[in-house]
Design a binder for this molecule. Structure first.
Ligand SMILES: [Zn+2]
Length: 156
């Protein structure tokens, strides 16, 4: 399947880039505020992304407000999009700076989290996680009622 944001590298970064990985963005359009000379990169007005609710690749429109449409240099920036069909929301936290004259973007957060195949409720995975949590809880209770062991680190 081809990338729905193939023709828009900025949109592709927002939708598909992994977290905490510096990504050079040669295509980023660096602008300057006339008053201060500070740099910003305009965010795409629309991105393409699969909507779990709609079950298809949908168009997502930016939340229109000046503070979300421009990513200022060096600042943590949140940009949000709304599914054109179901009005579901999607947000990304990013920051950009220049490194050796190149524009570098990094993503710090992504809501909702990446879900290629949303897990079903009560699946083996979620049950397993629950059991482990309960086991840890029992160990902590054991330490508390046994003073001689209270300072030993918990073993998992
Ligand atoms: Zn939708």
């Amino acid at each position: 399947m081809s990338d729905p944001n193939e023709r828009d590298p900025m949109a592709r970064f927002l939708v598909s880039a992994p977290l905490y990985r510096q990504t050079e963005m040669a295509e980023a359009l660096v602008n300057k505020y006339p008053a201060t000379g500070a740099s910003y990169v305009p965010m795409p007005q629309t991105v393409k992304r699969e909507c779990v609710s709609c079950g298809a690749i949908m168009s997502w429109d930016i939340h229109s407000a000046s503070y979300t449409e421009r990513a200022d240099y060096g600042k943590l920036h949140v940009v949000s999009y709304t599914c054109r069909n179901c009005k579901g929301s999607f947000s990304v936290w990013i920051r950009w700076h220049t490194l050796d004259g190149k524009v570098v973007f990094e993503k710090y957060g992504h809501v909702p989290k990446f879900e290629v195949n949303p897990p079903k409720r009560g699946s083996a995975n979620s049950t397993g996680r629950l059991q482990k949590t309960n086991a840890n809880y029992s160990k902590r209770r054991t330490c508390r009622v046994c003073p001689s062991k209270s300072n030993s680190p918990p073993t998992y």
